[in-house]
Design a protein around this ligand. Structure first.
Ligand code: ADP
Ligand code: MG
Length: 254
């Protein structure tokens, strides 16, 4: 008999299980029975037209929005359960938004130090060490003392990534992290994200940057009008094995 080869990534319990979630805003059915699994170490890229529910889905995972049906498991815990304390979960999930929203009165290093000091009770010296290390990781080691308005958009977004990493999250969520940036800055942010994915940071990334998706995504999920239409490996997706609806979307953005 042929040996059965199994990919441990696909058989292990997922780190994140989104199971049939529904979300309404008023009478609008925004997320319709959406399910996605994300395994440890995977990068999942979420694409779809504007208004399809991508941000809402990420916000549900980060408990910024309650779901109206279904469940989300993070590790062994059902985080959509009533007794869950959202800020505890958010400590383990880093989120990066389109508009980096750094604190303008704090330096780059201080932005990164804030949560470790206030939430984890870390000393200023230890937090500063971590900030310097992370600024190196996001490739701006010399910007510790710079204030946000002294940094380019791409540099600010990398500080925002470092700030999220400072809490040592198990999962990173990125919501169109480069869509507010000038073209020349997009690449430097995507390079940092690619490094993180290559190092095994589990990530869900909403982006239209298909070059990044090709380089970094294990899976591509395509959403339209609140429904998950496609959930394919990068290889199948870019190999052209996609639904007509996903192909129509790709033809528009590429
Ligand atoms: P995407 O990120 O894919 O562009 P969103 O998740 O932002 O989509 O939005 C999905 C739909 O939900 C849109 O029709 C949007 O108008 C609606 N929506 C998002 N947030 C809210 C809200 N807080 N209140 C009411 N409707 C919302
Ligand atoms: Mg959005």
């Amino acid at each position: 008999m042929e040996p059965i080869t199994v990919n441990p990534l696909t058989t292990a319990k997922p780190m994140l299980e989104i199971i049939g979630i529904d979300k309404f805003f008023g009478r609008n059915h925004i997320l319709k029975n959406c399910s996605i699994n994300v395994h440890k170490g995977e990068t999942v890229v979420l694409i779809g037209p504007s208004g399809s529910g991508k941000s809402t889905l990420l916000r549900c995972v980060n408990l910024l929005e309650p779901v109206d049906g279904g469940a989300i498991f993070f590790g062994n815990q059902e985080i959509t359960a009533a007794e869950v304390v959202p800020h505890r979960i958010r400590q383990e999930i880093g989120m990066v938004f389109q508009n980096y929203e750094l604190f303008s009165h704090l330096s780059a290093a201080e932005n990164i130090m804030l949560a470790p000091m206030t939430v984890l009770g870390m000393s200023r010296a230890d937090a500063h060490d971590i900030a310097l290390e992370l600024l190196g990781k996001v490739r701006i080691p010399d910007k510790a003392d710079a204030f946000p308005d002294e940094l380019s958009g791409g540099q600010q977004q990398r500080v925002a990534i470092a700030r999220a990493l400072a809490m040592k999250p198990k999962l990173m969520l990125y919501d169109e992290p480069t869509s507010a940036l000038d073209p020349e800055m997009i690449r430097e942010v995507l390079d940092v994200m690619t490094d993180l994915s290559a190092e095994g940071m589990t990530s869900v990334v909403v982006t239209h940057e298909m070059g990044f998706a090709k380089r970094a995504a294990n899976r591509i999920v395509f959403m339209e009008r609140g429904e998950i239409i496609e959930n394919a490996t990068g290889r199948d997706f870019f190999g052209g094995d996609v639904s007509e609806r996903a192909q129509r979307f790709l033809d528009q953005i590429l």
